[in-house]
Ligand binder design. Structure first.
Ligand code: GLC
Length: 461
């Protein structure tokens, strides 16, 4: 017979057993799930490692230029940066007719890139909904000559092709709705001043409801953005009942009001040591803008994109890589080309990325500079690009960027290697392995099989 517990002890134990279940431990109103339920909900996302971010909206019409002048900054911010009056910006909707949009082709491109999910802007800060919304006629179906709902088409294509689809929604900033936030302040007060609570009640919350209900089984992800100071705790809580009705949806840490959501979202950077204890996803532009700018040709090389993906996987995160389609509905060719190259590498080496765990080592990724400071005054992290490591039960993957002259040597090895081979070798011919204490030496062929990253798989005992 178990000992009867005192009521106080029983209460304390009951409270303790609930602790890991709180998704936002500081809120009584937060949805509750057990740690096991949470892991089950996050499983596909943790497996995925690589997703496509799509910033697409009527900002692709001006494409970075207003009244003949380039507007500095990221393309989807042109309305704000250029202080474009609301009525003038609205006119872009009438010129937006992306007849070349082909949902199946976009999804096929994401697949060819080896991406496992897509997150697309359903409404960005400009307030224009890229789907058919009954809540506000300022949307692609009702306000453009296009008269189609790309999110419906994408949802169908994703279902057909086995891709997860998520929606980005700017819940706090809306430069078209009176009362909503605008970072930097309103510039068209006659159109923009108003009541934030009314905006939330009549547009933001109802549109999030539409997105959560009209595209089933999607969205798999709800990606909030720019929680401004107007997004107080009480206001952010307005979204919680909707999230609770759709408990499978993974949402990020940008709702506001102190809610952490499911994922951290480092932007344009890779956290040097990952984010232990949290699921995280680095979102990054492929050039220097999210939304299309006709003159931004500063595309990252395929080598950079691949190294980023490998670096992120070795630190336990996901890579959400952005593309910015044109106003015709086309993903620019240099972007598509790079994605296909990343996909070709993944077709050979994907088992060293998908569903992997982080490195067993940790110093190979670089070091904090003893002298240099970063923008925040912290010691600057100087990455090293010789190799990275990812893991799976019974497997250690070494991603070699720099091909050594002689054998590849590892120190501090705490496992025994049973077999080693290159993933690029279809025959998987065994590589020479010598192991003494924590020292491991691998004999490699003279030439690297891949000029960017060659992966050695170590099968462990
Ligand atoms: C920023 C920008 C936005 C972009 C987002 C992507 O917060 O405001 O334009 O959508 O980052 O992470």
């Amino acid at each position: 017979m178990p000992q009867p517990k005192t009521p106080r002890l029983a209460f304390a134990l009951a409270v303790l057993s609930l602790l890991p279940a709180l998704r936002a431990a500081d809120s009584e109103t937060a949805p509750v799930e057990t740690a096991a339920q949470h892991d089950a909900r996050m499983a596909w996302w943790r497996q995925a490692r690589f997703g496509m971010f799509i910033h697409w909206g009527i900002y692709s019409v001006p494409a970075g230029t207003w009244q003949g002048k380039p507007v500095p900054g990221i393309g989807e911010w042109i309305m704000n940066k250029g202080k474009i009056p609301v009525a003038d910006y609205e006119a872009f909707a009438k010129q937006f007719n992306p007849v070349k949009f082909d949902a199946d082709a976009w999804v096929a491109l994401a697949k060819a890139a080896g991406m496992k999910y897509i997150v697309i802007t359903a409404k960005h800060h400009d307030g224009f909904a890229m789907y058919r919304s009954a809540v506000d006629p300022y949307n692609i179906y009702d306000a453009t000559p296009f008269h189609r709902d790309p999110l419906k088409e994408l949802a169908a294509a994703c279902l057909r092709q086995g891709m997860k689809l998520g929606f980005y929604y700017s819940q706090s900033q809306d430069w078209h709705a009176p009362g909503a936030s605008a970072i930097g302040g309103h510039w068209d007060p006659a159109r923009q001043d108003g009541d934030m609570d009314a905006y939330l009640r009549t547009k933001s919350v109802p549109q999030v409801r539409e997105l959560l209900t009209n595209y089933q089984p999607f969205p798999a992800v709800l990606w909030f953005d720019t929680p401004t100071e107007l997004m107080t705790r009480e206001r952010a809580e307005l979204f919680l009942p909707l999230l609770r009705e759709h408990p499978q949806v993974i949402w990020n840490n940008r709702l506001g009001g102190g809610f952490q959501g499911d994922t951290e979202t480092p932007e344009q950077r890779i956290p040097p040591k990952g984010i232990p204890g949290r699921d995280w996803e680095t979102c990054m532009t492929i050039n220097d803008t999210w939304g299309y700018k006709s003159y931004d040709h500063d595309f990252k090389s395929t080598a950079t994109l691949l190294r980023n993906l490998i670096d992120i996987a070795s630190k336990g995160g996901n890579y959400l890589l952005n593309v910015g389609p044109t106003s015709e509905g086309v993903i620019p060719a240099p972007e598509a080309e790079r994605l296909r190259q990343v996909g070709a590498w993944l077709a050979v080496n994907g088992e060293a990325i998908y569903g992997t765990g982080p490195t067993l080592f940790g110093d190979e990724d670089g070091a904090f500079s003893p002298t240099e400071k970063d923008a925040k005054g912290q010691p600057k992290f100087i990455p090293a690009w010789e190799w990275r490591c990812t893991t799976k039960p019974g497997r250690v993957y070494l991603h070699l960027f720099a091909w050594p002259e002689g054998p590849f040597r590892l120190h501090g090895v705490k496992f025994r290697v049973a077999r080693a081979y290159l993933l690029a070798d279809p025959r998987r011919a065994p590589l020479g392995v010598s192991q003494h204490g924590g020292e491991l030496a691998l004999t490699l062929p003279k030439e690297a099989p891949d000029p960017i990253a060659s992966v050695v798989c170590l099968e462990t005992e």
